[in-house]
Design a protein around this ligand. Sequence first.
Ligand code: GLC
Length: 488
Amino acid sequence: MAEFSDMKKFVEWLVPDENIKHIEAFVKGFKLSTSSYKRVMHLLNQEMNQGLMRHSQPLADIKMFPTFVRSLPDGSEKGDFLALDLGGTNFRVLLVRLQGHDIDIQSKTYLIPQRIMLGTGTQLFDHIADCIGKFVRDHNLSGQTLPLGFTFSFPCKQEGLAKARLSKWTKGFRCEGVVGEDICQLLQEALKRRTNCSVEIVAIVNDAVGTLMSAAHVDRNCEIGLILGTGCNACYMETLENVQTWDEEKSHPDQVIINTEWGAFGDNGCLDFLRTEYDRELDTFSINPGRQIMEKMIGGMYMGEIVRLVLERLNMEGLLFRSVDNECDLFERGRFYTKYVSEIESDTDDFYHNTKQVLDEIGVENYTTEDCKIVKYVCTLISARAAFLAAAGLATLINRINKTDITIAVDGSLYRFHPRFHNLMCLKIQELVKPGIKFKLALSHDGSGKGAALTAAVSLRLRNTKVIPDTLPAMSELPVRIGIKQKA
Ligand code: GLC
């Protein structure tokens, strides 16, 4: 795998060799200058301020939702918790057993069929309740009232730790009758309708927040959570003074985690200067045209499709796969998955083993080594732009927080499986942050499950000790570490 110690080397490596130079006209839009990324940062910072100010928040694209999470676990949390994780194509139920400093997790993954993702809210929550009922039965948990933490990875306006109204659907979901509703209430009602389970929903958290929560207990410098998965989003710790939309008492601690929902950056057209014709086409055919513009240039739900659109175009121009069958998946929307991009870019020699496997899988026949080279080059350009955009977003947050040492907790399949995403982001962040700031990107393990359970646990502990009933206390006050023991 090519490793790059600095940006210059990476850019040099990106210059195509003589043979594939003729495709440049169709891909040059993905190569953005450093000044473009700086412009992105400037705009993002402005839009974040809009989201934090009371008068502009309702119309702001970047919602900057205060989460009511104001701290981290301290290691004294004990007991059994249920956690739910909804946000991608799968739904997970977890049993999290906190034993002092150890955490034991058992989980089961259930598929959410597309008809449910695009059906009614009642169907969705009934399905979720059925899965929980089954899980509780299978784990002999009936008869107990279990506290539950729910990672719900969609934009929500929180009115409390366990009260969150959906502001809009994102990613592949569009269930009727849920926008504006309290997610906890919908779940409680479905559980009552469909099961005998007795659960108490204690906290609802975004996946970015869960990721931050779960990583921060092993790293006190961790103040940003980033998701690079199906979607893309970030959260960070903000001082209350900067959060005009915080309606609660400004009691100690004077900070709260903000769920930025930055995937919607660009919805007002401010990123049009860098979007390509492929981005526009992808958007037009998506289930939410005009929405989640930044997310559509980064997230795993979209990146493979951008690659496919470019490959399709190159083929139409007679520059790639000279004899390819019309029936081939290359011409079908959504059939080129982002995992293919990671696989293709993992090829390290001129045999193109993975690339060939992907081309076989999508039904391209008679490809040449030259074709493989072009396919890999296209993937490299599109994933580098995604990594650099995410880096520009992080650099904006790092500069805002303005501490000398900062850790960013990262989770999501794109970050985990792409061979160079981490390195590319580090190179770009280095180029964009204020001089003197040291940063680290740390993989956060199972933030969605563990983070939600820990948030629920802390909330209960605080409630029992009657400290700040509906929020969690300052990160800086809570130094204790928790060790994690995962069961397969
Ligand atoms: C989408 C959702 C956001 C979530 C992200 C990653 O952007 O709106 O809430 O955090 O995907 O899953």
